[in-house]
Design a protein around this ligand. Sequence first.
Ligand SMILES: [Fe+2]
Length: 309
Amino acid sequence: MEDIESFGYLALGVPDLQRAITYLSDVCRLAVVDQNEGMAFLTGDERHHWFRLEVRDEPELIRLGFQAAGPDSVERLVARLEKAGTEVAEVPADEGINGAVRFLDPNGLTLEVYPEMSVAAVRPPSAYPGLHMLLHAVVQVPDPLASTRFYEEVLGFRRSDRIAELVVFLRAGNGYHHSIALARGGRTKLDHVAVHVHGLDDVMRVRSHGMATGTLSDDVVRHTASGSISVYLRDEVNDLGVEFCTQHAIIDDIDYRGRVLVPSPTTVNIWSDPFPAGEWVRDPTRVDGTRGATDAARTAIGPVPVNNS
Ligand SMILES: [Fe+2]
């Protein structure tokens, strides 16, 4: 049994707190649970929070929180972390979470694991009912493969697919293809966070809302690795990209180790390859297959061929 069950929440530093609250509530359709001068909590279901926002001078990934399978799992994780020489701090009960521990991953990213988070009796009415769960975070790190061993051997994640040495997808106990992915980038930072929605109708409604609000950063794609059908919204001011996806694969075989995928536009979006051009004049701005909404996607696309025509 995996000791980490699922991705739980993320704590973000944002320079413009009110804008982030408006983006996550009006655009991403989450509910504001609590808010004061320098902090806010938002959720998309009965759990106390998916997002914890704090005011910072610059956008910052403060930490990622993961739900453990239970109190025994936290104890086992602490034992493995200490054996590996990782310092572990116990966290006082706070904001719906009891019994949490915090530690740094090899990239200096703070991770928190907790046995449970408080839940409300019903979903807040302002949260869009199509939201299913907070699915994953993709984090940019200098060397994804170097820290994968820590995630696998110490934390107990299992590798799903990877894209060359560029992106590694890691799954937790709930079996979703990835609860966290590490993507090669210049420094450790959040690439995007993903919300799973109930179906394609919800993805398309978010797409329409993204177009209406001017926040759609990439149109519908289907990822080769996870099978997700996704759209991406983005708030540039707070550097906050949110993916909305459905049909994200659940892997039942705990020994599944995935594929080593080749970086390419079709790896990022299996639909990106148009039919060969014929007589009809082709508009390269309509379908170029080489955009990618996020830094991680652009990394996984690989070098873009130069078009000299
Ligand atoms: Fe994603």
